[in-house]
Design a protein around this ligand. Structure first.
Ligand code: FES
Length: 116
C-alpha cells in the first residue's frame, strides 16, 4: 500500500528553501531525518520532547489548521526555545495529515538545546 504524500517546505534563516515530499503520518522531525535535511542541531532529542531544537514557526493560517494543539509537555519545552512566536511549535510534535499538504515552516535562526 502506497502511503499518501504531502509537500512540506522548510525555510531556513538565510532564505534557503528545502522542499520535500513527505508521508502522511510522519512528524516534521521524521521528514528532516528521512530526507537527510541539513538543518544543524535539529531534533537533538529524537522526538522525546526534551530539547526544543525542533522549534519551527508556522504561518498563522497553518498554525490554525493543525489537527492537534500543543500538549503541556510541548508548551513547557517551547518556553525554552529561542525566538519563540505565537505560531511556534515543536516539529517532532506535528504529525502530517493530508490537509497539511503544502505546509511551509520556518526554522528559527538560533536553536536551543534545552538539555545543555
Ligand atoms: Fe527534541 Fe522535538 S526533537 S523536542
Amino acid at each position: 500500500l502506497e502511503s499518501e504524500k504531502v509537500k512540506v517546505t522548510f525555510v531556513l534563516n538565510d532564505g534557503k528553501r528545502l522542499e520535500t515530499v513527505a508521508n502522511v503520518g510522519d512528524t516534521l522531525l521524521d521528514v528532516v531525518v528521512n530526507n537527510d535535511l541539513n538543518i544543524e542541531g535539529f531534533g537533538a532529542c529524537e522526538g522525546t520532547v526534551t530539547c526544543s531544537t525542533c522549534h519551527v514557526i508556522l504561518k498563522p493560517e497553518d498554525f490554525e489548521r493543525l489537527p492537534e494543539e500543543a500538549s503541556d509537555e510541548e508548551r513547557d519545552m517551547l518556553d525554552l526555545a529561542y525566538s519563540l512566536t505565537e505560531t511556534s511549535r515543536l516539529g517532532c510534535q506535528i504529525t502530517l495529515t493530508k490537509e497539511l499538504d503544502g505546509l511551509e515552516v520556518k526554522v528559527p535562526e538560533t536553536i536551543n538545546d534545552a538539555r545543555s
